[in-house]
Every structure is written in structure tokens, then in C-alpha cells.
Write a protein that binds this ligand. Structure first.
Ligand code: ADP
Ligand code: MG
Length: 527
């Protein structure tokens, strides 16, 4: 079942851990062909001859263990000690500069450890401000303390970006609780069976002493009940049931025994955007009907205004307590990076400016710690690729460009076709040396491109809107200029690298069909 934004994050092999599991020799290759075992230790021939590697198709080469393709890449001291620490999937044990938010959450949630219902909490903050990390940290603490003091309290985490319909949220919760209930009942049944065995044992003088049962029959009744419960637990399929059945299954599972349940809905704004507020409405009114258990909700949102779209009852119930996660400033980001870098990098591999520069770049990017960590990791990877011993300022600058380019590629790739055509028209104009491109010029080329790919032609008004959208996405820059009595127009220029953007556009199968675009632009000038 999918329940985490971190799923699938762990695959990429890390630069430091090479060799031991995939080294030659593991699959029956004679060990003497690679005495070092991993190919790292020997390290005599650093220069590989690519020519030889490719051309030498080894007419009858004996089964050599390796020809050295990877050997020299493994050469040299890798920069990273533990790169995983810089990935988003890693949950740090300390969260500097979030003490206040974490304490606020704890102060509200401690109620659960006293057996009462904590207020619902709404957490707000832009991406990368540590909301998920802090919430997970607090929930782990809460669960472990509840075990220590034997107070029944459970936390369930759901990432609503992944689980984004009411059906799926309720089904996932229902199944988690059913699983937990099963475990509890199975343990209880096995305990009672032990008692049952003692009852059978003629040597036992008072087998029921100290149990809740005053007779063998009472014990058997209880056992039968529990076994029947076990039979009756039925997981919710991921599709197909009517929603009210899913809800009542979930409700019964929660209420099966006494406990306080904290349901953490991360990226809750995505759920509301996609499926409305029914889920929240249902969850927030549960307590009035539950008999044994109590539910408390922690909603986490990147969007500060999302409650505007909520039913007022849901809004007031969900926002009983609100905690804001402000953006980090550059100094705070430095601390966060430093703490991770100490674990992630080998000693003395970061030159002095690296962390401050990553922090400064990320501070501009609305104080996003995720961005800061990405920059640091990417800078390290670039340094590694350069085979240098240290990460330098220029690696950070390259990393910034790379990440920015990756973002642009992703945004452009996922644009609707019409926007792609508008953008492509702009690119063609720029490529042909047109300066101060105006909307009319874009529109003319756009029309021709539409003809070429068989797309509907939108009005110039709509195309102007699409240009504004591209502006908001940071792909073009459009400034309104006055043309005196000819009214106003927009002057458009590209804000992204032209070659890469064009390549992304042409990788779209529809735009890719456009052949030899030159004549279009030329013919425009014929008009
Ligand atoms: P959000 O949920 O607000 O988008 P996350 O909690 O996912 O942000 O944080 C993004 C990344 O930054 C994660 O890798 C997280 O571990 C790290 N991070 C955020 N805040 C801190 C902090 N105060 N200390 C250490 N790491 C942090
Ligand atoms: Mg998050």
C-alpha cells in the first residue's frame, strides 16, 4: 500500500558503498582474475582506453572478469561518506530551528497520553519548511511514549498527494486499523488458549485464578467471540465498495477498542483540491459517534489559503489549533545543512563557501530546506564527477543551474499543447533574431504552427492569457509596453535556456512532427 512520499527513493546506488555486493567473483568468475575483490584496491591502470573497450569485441576472449570500465570510476576518494542523509527520504533526529513548532505540537498532543482527545491541528507552511519532518518526529515520539506508559495511542500518517480521494483515504485507514486490530486479537487469543491448556491440565489446581473468567464456559465464550471477530475482519478493496460501506468499516475498525487515534493528513490541500472536503467532514464529526475511541486530526498544508474552500464547520473543527512553519532564513539553512553535511561528507571535502552559498540560494527560493539539501547533494555529485577532492563554490553554482534547468524541463514537458505551441512560436522568433517580440508576432507564428500540427487555433485574447501563464511559470518574461495611440502590447522574451527548452518541446510527439521550421518564420516576414 502506498503511504509515503518517500516510497521509491532508496534505489539509486550511492558512490560510497560500491563493490561489496556486485563485485566480480560473486557469480562464479574465478577469484584470481580480480585479486582485490572489488577492483578498487589494485588501482594500477587508471586510464581506460575507451577505443579498446568498444572496438575490442573479443573474438574469442576468455571469460575475463572485467575490462576496467568501472575501475577508474571507483578510483580516488569519493566525496560522500553517506549520501542518503541528504535525500528527502531521510528523517533527521534533530530539527534545528523547529523547536518552537515541535513543542507546540507536543503540548497539544500530550493530551492523548492522558487518555483524552487532543485538539485538531492545522499546520501551514511553504514546501521545504520542515512540516513533514517535524510531524513525523513528533508522532514517533508520541507512539514510543505511549508504549512506555502503556496508554493506547496510535498515529496514522497519510500522504494525500498520493492517496487523494475519500475512498482511498478511508480504505487505507480502515485497512491499517484492521491490521492492528487483528494483531491485538491474535495475541489475546493465543493468551487465552494458554489458559485453556491449563484448564485441561489435571495438575493445575486453579487454572482460572487471576484471570477475568469465573468459569470454563465464560472463557470459552470469550475465545469464540474473539475468533468470530478475527473471521469477520475484512480488508477494504482499493476500489469497488460504496463509500458509506468503506466509512462504516473504517469507523468500526477505529472503535474496536479503547484508544486515542491521531490521523495525520499530509498535503491535505491536495486532497481538498482533488476531492473536496467530504473526507474531512466525515473525519471531523466522528468523535460524537465513537464509543470506545477518540480521533484527532493533524492536517498539513502547503497552501495557506486552502481553508477558504472548506465548509465552515470543517474549517472551525480542523483549525482548533494552528501552527505556522515560517520559511528558513539563510543562517538557519546553514545550520541545517551543516548538521547533515557532517554525516554526509568525508572530512575536509567541503570548501568554506559551499554551505553558505547553498543556504543563500535556497533562502532566495522561499527558504526551502529541501532545495538547500538538493543543492548540496548535487554539488557533491558534480565534484565527484569532476574527480576533485573537494566541493567548491563553482560546483554549487553548477548545481543551482542544473536544478533550475531540471525544473524548467519538467514544467515545459507538462505544459498543455496550446501553451507549448505559444512557447515554440516565441522560441522561433528569438532564434531568428527578433527582439522585443510582441503578442501579435507570437500569434502569427502560433497560427502557422497550429496548422502544421492540426491543432485548433485559439483567439489572440486566449494566446495573450497563455503568455501570461508562461510568464507566471517563469518561462517567459512579458512586460506591458505602451504604443501610444496604438494601444498597449506585451514585449516578450524567453527566461529559459533556448536550446534545452526547444529540445524538450520537440520531444513532444506532436511538435516533433513539425519539420524544417525555418520557412514559417521567414514567411512571416514576407507578410
Ligand atoms: P515540508 O514537509 O515542509 O515540505 P520537509 O519536512 O519534507 O518539508 O523538509 C524538507 C527537507 O528538509 C527534508 O529532507 C527535511 O529532513 C529537511 N529539513 C527541513 N527542516 C529541517 C530542520 N529544521 N532540520 C533538519 N532538516 C530539516
Ligand atoms: Mg511535506
Amino acid at each position: 500500500m502506498r503511504d509515503s512520499d518517500d516510497a521509491g527513493e532508496e534505489s539509486e546506488a550511492d558512490g560510497g558503498g560500491h563493490g561489496s555486493t556486485v563485485g566480480p567473483g560473486a557469480d562464479g568468475v574465478p577469484a584470481e582474475s580480480d585479486p582485490g575483490g572489488t577492483g578498487i584496491a589494485g588501482g594500477s591502470d587508471v586510464d581506460i582506453d575507451i577505443e579498446e573497450l568498444i572496438l575490442d569485441d573479443g573474438s574469442e576472449e576468455p571469460d575475463e572478469a572485467s575490462r576496467g570500465l568501472f575501475d577508474d570510476l571507483l578510483e580516488g576518494e569519493p566525496i560522500f561518506e553517506n549520501k542518503e542523509v541528504l535525500r528527502p527520504s531521510y528523517t533527521p533526529h534533530r530539527l534545528p530551528h523547529r523547536e518552537e513548532q515541535i513543542n507546540n505540537m507536543a503540548t497539544i498532543l500530550v493530551t492523548a497520553l492522558r487518555g483524552d482527545t487532543p485538539s485538531n491541528i492545522l499546520i501551514y507552511g511553504k514546501t521545504g519548511t520542515g512540516k513533514t519532518a517535524s510531524a513525523k518526529f513528533v508522532s514517533e515520539e508520541l507512539e514510543s511514549t505511549s508504549k512506555k506508559f502503556e496508554v493506547p495511542c496510535e498515529v496514522e500518517y497519510i500522504n494525500c498527494e498520493v492517496t487523494d480521494t475519500q475512498y482511498r483515504v478511508l480504505a487505507q485507514l480502515a485497512n491499517k486499523f484492521i491490521e492492528k486490530n487483528e494483531a491485538v486479537v491474535e495475541e489475546r487469543v493465543s493468551g487465552l488458549r494458554d489458559v485453556r491448556d491449563r484448564v485441561e491440565d489435571p495438575e493445575e489446581p486453579a487454572p482460572l485464578a487471576g484471570t477475568e473468567f469465573d468459569s470454563e464456559a465464560a472463557l470459552d465464550r470469550r475465545l469464540e467471540e474473539l475468533e468470530a471477530d478475527l473471521e469477520a475482519f475484512e480488508p477494504v478493496p482499493m476500489t469497488g465498495w460504496p463509500t458509506d460501506r468503506v466509512y462504516s468499516t473504517f469507523f468500526d475498525a477505529v472503535d474496536y477498542h479503547e484508544r486515542v487515534v491521531v490521523i495525520m493528513l499530509d498535503e491535505i490541500d491536495k486532497l481538498v483540491e482533488k476531492s473536496g472536503d467530504d473526507t474531512l467532514y466525515n473525519l471531523s464529526r466522528m468523535n460524537s459517534e465513537l464509543e470506545n475511541s477518540r480521533v484527532s486530526i493533524i492536517g498539513i498544508s502547503n497552501d495557506l489559503k486552502f481553508t477558504d474552500f472548506l465548509d465552515p464547520r470543517v474549517k472551525s473543527s480542523l483549525g482548533e489549533e494552528e501552527i505556522v512553519f515560517p520559511p528558513y532564513d539563510a543562517t538557519q539553512l546553514r545550520d541545517i545543512l551543516q548538521q547533515r553535511a557532517d554525516v554526509a561528507f568525508k572530512e575536509d571535502t567541503l570548501s568554506e563557501d559551499v554551505i553558505p552559498l547553498c543556504a543563500a540560494f535556497a533562502a532566495q527560493e522561499h527558504g526551502d530546506a529541501r532545495r538547500a539539501l538538493d543543492l548540496l547533494r548535487t554539488a557533491g555529485e558534480l565534484a565527484e564527477r569532476d574527480r576533485t577532492d573537494t566541493v567548491e563554490e563553482n560546483h554549487v553554482r553548477q548545481a543551482q543551474e542544473k536544478i533550475e534547468l531540471d525544473r524548467v524541463v519538467e514544467v515545459v514537458r507538462t505544459l498543455p499543447t496550446q501553451s507549448k505551441l505559444v512557447l515554440y512560436a516565441t522560441i522561433l522568433l528569438e532564434k531568428n533574431g527578433v527582439h522585443n517580440i510582441n503578442t501579435g508576432e507570437v500569434f502569427n507564428i502560433y497560427k502557422r504552427l497550429c496548422g502544421e500540427v492540426d491543432a485548433d487555433v485559439l483567439t489572440q485574447r486566449r494566446v495573450t492569457d497563455l503568455i501570461s501563464e508562461l510568464d507566471m511559470l517563469g518561462i517567459v518574461n512579458a512586460v506591458v509596453v505602451s504604443k501610444g495611440r496604438y494601444g498597449r502590447t506585451k514585449e516578450i522574451s524567453l527566461s529559459v535556456p533556448i536550446e534545452e527548452t526547444e529540445a524538450v518541446l520537440l520531444s513532444d510527439s506532436r511538435l516533433g512532427e513539425i519539420e524544417d521550421v525555418q520557412p514559417f518564420v521567414q514567411s512571416r516576414f514576407d507578410n
